[in-house]
Design a protein around this ligand. Structure first.
Ligand code: ZN
Length: 170
């Protein structure tokens, strides 16, 4: 796949389905040959619908929680890149990232638990899932969100599917 270096060259996608997910979007490699991410641009107003769609993945029903979040105020930057964030949120599958399968504990980040309508059961234990993506509300274009998928598969560090119907240990 071709690598796109300018955000302006990436089309905004607005899927017709109410809740949509990774498979409803066309993903672009954005960055440089040395470092690029798999991204898609959507209206910021539809971020929640994307998250709901991702939670309803038939192979890996799950929830996502905000693992990391940052914000800056409008007008705070004089110079900025086109992919600079106004709001940055990293969503992580609630079956990860830490592995609390042997005993457990509540992660501090769980205070950010999302209150979205959701069919998936709450995880019984952490499985070390590495699935995560970033939502960047763009500083230059606040009506848009840049989605960056870091790990699409619901796998642990060793690369094995770690929850859902495809998990042979479940
Ligand atoms: Zn997962």
């Amino acid at each position: 796949m071709e690598i796109v270096e300018s955000l302006e060259d990436i089309p905004v996608q607005n899927p017709q389905a109410e809740d949509f997910s990774y498979t409803d979007l066309t993903w672009t490699k954005f960055g440089t040959t040395e470092h690029h991410d798999e991204v898609a641009l959507i209206p910021y107003a539809r971020v929640d619908e994307f998250i709901i769609g991702e939670c309803s993945n038939p192979d890996s029903p799950t929830r996502f929680h905000i693992e990391r979040g940052r914000k800056r105020s409008r007008g705070s930057l004089k110079e900025y890149k086109s992919d600079e964030y106004l709001e940055y949120r990293m969503y992580w599958c609630s079956f990860g990232p830490e592995n609390y399968g042997e005993g457990g504990g509540v992660l501090p980040s769980r205070k950010y638990r999302l209150k979205t309508r959701n069919r998936a059961a709450r995880p019984q234990s952490m499985r070390g899932c590495m699935c995560n993506f970033v939502v960047k509300r763009l500083y230059a274009r606040p009506s848009l969100a840049l989605l960056i998928y870091n790990e699409r598969r619901h796998v642990n560090k060793a690369g094995f599917v770690c929850h859902g119907p495809l998990d042979r240990d479940a």
